[in-house]
Design a protein around this ligand. Structure first.
Ligand code: TZP
Length: 209
């Protein structure tokens, strides 16, 4: 399994104006090829039901599906990957369960965390928050784009910039040598999700030329 995407779309049903499956369908139509289900407050049975539905939908579009934190759910629905945060099981333990069959993404918030994530066997990291996010300080102080450049000098696995990224600053993040962009609201809070996804994909494409 390889990291063959540059846009990593993370769900948050609280910012979505329609249902989560409908929103994901639109994003897929707009060209998204990797989706992470991050619905931390859902009871596991509800999460499993949503994940199962999103598995069907993403499969139809040949898109990768990741589950945040819940390795049990990821294994059950045959996800393509698992995304781990601070309070998740460590990557080494997760690797014992999923082997090489699944990608492991890890959330990093500093150079040290990025280096540790690579050492622990992550396949890629998200790094952020790069900018102030709409939900302000929930995710900590913004790191700024320079941290991407620095992290890229120390690790080899792909780095996805995350946090407060949208149409106006996506180019800046790619110019700082990010391998890709992870985002929630620039796509899921948009009135036209399909168009927003198309636009973000186009911006990333322009930046890598
Ligand atoms: N971790 C750091 S920032 C963030 C997460 C989950 C949220 C990013 O959301 P948005 O809407 O793309 O700024």
């Amino acid at each position: 399994m390889v990291v063959d995407f540059k846009l990593y779309l993370i769900t948050d049903r609280k910012v979505i104006k329609t249902s989560l499956p409908a929103a994901v369908r639109l994003a897929l139509k707009g060209g998204v090829r990797a989706v992470q289900v991050r619905e931390k407050d859902l009871p596991v049975r509800e999460l499993l039901a949503i994940a199962q539905e999103l598995r069907r939908i993403t499969r139809e579009s040949n898109a990768k599906l990741f589950i945040n934190d819940r390795v049990d759910v990821a294994v059950t629905i045959e996800a393509d990957g698992i995304h781990l945060g601070h309070h998740s099981m460590p990557s080494e333990a997760v690797r014992k369960i999923v082997g090489k069959k699944m990608l492991i993404g890890v959330s990093a918030h500093s150079l040290t965390e990025a280096v540790n994530a690579e050492k622990a066997g992550a396949d890629f990291i998200t790094l952020g928050p790069i900018f102030m996010t709409p939900t302000k300080m929930q995710y900590g102080e913004p790191l700024g784009v320079e941290v991407i450049r620095i992290v890229k000098q120390h690790i080899r696995i792909p780095v996805f910039g995350l946090g407060g990224i949208g149409n106006t600053n996506i180019a800046q993040v790619m110019q700082a040598k990010a391998d890709g962009i992870a985002m929630i609201s620039a796509i899921f809070a948009a009135d036209d999700i399909q168009r927003a996804a198309e636009l973000m994909n186009r911006r990333i494409g322009e930046a890598v030329q």
